[in-house]
Design a protein around this ligand. Structure first.
Ligand code: AP5
Length: 227
């Protein structure tokens, strides 16, 4: 009988509080390494916009800055991970966020002979996160992220990446909700740093500097982790 040879595509996790730069850096890694960014926040916002049952259940929870149930998020992630484009490797942005999610991910990957290459914790100061988040906006056409102070497009209101002019701000990017999101991060997600440290998969990076400098350091970590 012929044995099936499985190739294991890279799986990287970006950990960090709201505003740490997970989405910003994941997009750069997509371009640099041909991996697919998988953001559970984006998947949930798409479900809310589409009015699915999961989206209806998630909407108020997200607006309050709390975590959506593990069951909903794990189901959404499992479906997306099965898509053809994800077979080339993924960067998980915003997942896992609880120990239950981390254990579910381990089990899911084990089914296909995969494992996590690295979990990178983006280390930042909480105080700076409110400023980062309240100044954030995104191109509605391609998803490129911008900031009122730190990252502006070359031409005001026009996306550098796709030329679109439909800039959007998120409903949960206000000071009150950000405070709840930071509380949820410290209570439920920060313990995952120890979880991945125990598995020997944790890498940490100072994410308070310039975006491009952080991308360079992160790129080095990812290159070593997937080679
Ligand atoms: P999600 O969409 O995942 O939001 P988040 O984790 O709160 O993270 P953000 O997207 O706000 O920040 P980021 O780290 O990606 O920063 P960014 O790169 O944009 O989740 C939203 C909600 O969905 C949750 O609250 C929850 O309800 C639900 N949810 C999602 N996943 C879930 C899960 N697994 N389980 C349960 N519920 C879940 O950067 C922010 C800004 O700063 C940008 O403007 C950027 O340009 C700028 N910036 C980035 N880096 C720098 C830098 N180095 N210097 C200066 N500015 C910078």
């Amino acid at each position: 009988m012929l044995e099936t040879v499985k190739t294991t595509a890279p799986v990287l996790i970006l950990l960090g509080p709201p505003g740490a730069g997970k989405g910003t850096q994941a997009r750069k890694l997509e371009e640099g390494f041909g991996l697919v960014q998988l953001s559970t926040g984006d998947l949930l916002r798409a479900a809310v916009a589409a009015g699915t049952d999961a989206g209806k259940a998630a909407k108020a929870v997200m607006e309050a800055g709390d975590l959506v149930s593990d069951e909903i998020v794990i189901n959404i992630l499992r479906d997306r991970l099965a898509d053809a484009d994800c077979q080339q490797g993924v960067i998980l942005d915003g997942f896992p966020r609880t120990t239950v999610q981390a254990e579910a991910l381990d089990a899911l990957l084990a089914e296909s002979g995969q494992k996590i290459n690295a979990a990178v914790s983006l280390e930042v100061d909480d105080a700076a996160m409110v400023t980062r988040i309240s100044g954030r906006y995104t191109c509605g056409g391609c998803g490129e992220g911008y900031h009122d102070s730190y990252k502006q497009p070359a031409q005001d209101g026009i996306c550098d990446n796709c030329g679109g002019s439909d800039m959007k701000r998120r409903a949960d990017d206000n000071a009150e909700t950000v405070a709840s999101r930071l509380t949820a991060y410290h209570a439920q997600t920060a313990p995952l740093i120890a979880y991945y440290d125990c598995k020997g998969a944790l890498q940490s990076i100072d994410a308070m500097g310039e975006i491009d400098g952080i991308a360079q350091k992160l790129g080095g970590i990812v290159k070593a982790a997937i080679s």
